[in-house]
Design a protein around this ligand. Structure first.
Ligand code: ADP
Ligand code: MG
Length: 243
């Protein structure tokens, strides 16, 4: 899968310009880390990439065709974890995943096995029959990740997936995302540089609606003669962080 962003702009109704003309190419297989301070435009970009929001101008081209010309097909190969993700608190983990599987039109006969697969990937086996309202923040986040993986989509977009996870869970998820991205396109946003440093092969730094860097994380470190990605990122952001 290849996604090309051409002069992609988003201005909200109140006049707020969230994305100011992005030009990027995203191609599988890859684990892409989207990084930037609050308000940089990460969630806006992810909403545009998942056709939850439409650009004010510019284009998203998927495998050579404009996204809006193939929206249904595109959505059928997409897994998405929004930043604000409301779960159905009165359902159990299994019931919720079953519900999401139905929305994704996953074959009835394959549903149980597919739920088993994502429950096991997200280590939720012991929470399978627990109501979502009884889960911890990190466990709920894992349910959100599990539903994004349902149906084994070719494109997986995760908006701040590691928020609320404890350090051990975070390490486990980096490994899962790395494995998943071997044959897919996985895009995750984070403000934790360590998530990117240890897992992503491609880094996009956004600030104030503009791309500040796109390329290999190692290359950014080399450019700034930095010993860590954190240092290179700070050098890039110097004086430019959103207040
Ligand atoms: P990030 O995810 O990087 O924190 P967002 O994409 O959420 O950034 O926001 C980018 C900018 O757009 C911010 O200045 C934010 O206040 C603004 N914004 C986001 N959503 C809306 C909206 N629905 N209406 C108006 N402005 C918005
Ligand atoms: Mg966001």
């Amino acid at each position: 899968m290849k996604i090309e962003l051409k002069n992609l702009q988003k201005t909200y109704k109140d006049g707020k310009s969230a994305l100011k003309g992005l030009n990027l190419t995203l191609a599988s297989p890859s684990l892409i880390g989207l990084v930037g301070p609050n308000g940089a435009g990460k969630s806006t970009l992810m909403k545009l990439l998942t056709a939850n929001l439409f650009p004010s101008s510019g284009e998203i081209i998927v495998d050579g065709l404009p996204l809006e010309k193939q929206e249904t097909l595109f959505k059928s190969s997409l897994g998405y974890l929004p930043q604000e993700f409301g779960l159905f608190e009165d359902l159990t983990t299994r019931q919720f995943l079953d519900y999401m599987a139905a929305l994704k039109c996953i074959d009835k006969k394959a549903v149980e096995a597919e739920i088993d697969r994502v429950v096991s990937l997200t280590h939720l086996g012991d929470k399978r029959n627990s109501k979502i309202r009884t889960l911890s923040g990190g466990q709920k986040q894992r349910v959100g990740i599990a539903q994004a993986l349902l149906g084994d989509p070719k494109l997986i977009i995760l908006d701040e997936p590691t928020v609320g996870l404890d350090p051990a869970e975070r390490v486990a998820f980096r490994r899962l995302f790395t494995d998943t991205a071997k044959s897919r396109l996985v895009i995750l946003s984070t403000h934790i540089i360590e998530d990117v440093q240890s897992a992503c092969d491609h880094l996009i730094v956004l600030n104030r609606g503009e791309v500040r860097y796109a390329g290999a994380p190692e290359e950014l470190m080399a450019q700034n003669d930095a010993a860590s990605l954190e240092t290179a990122y700070m050098a890039l952001m110097d004086g430019r962080e959103e207040e």
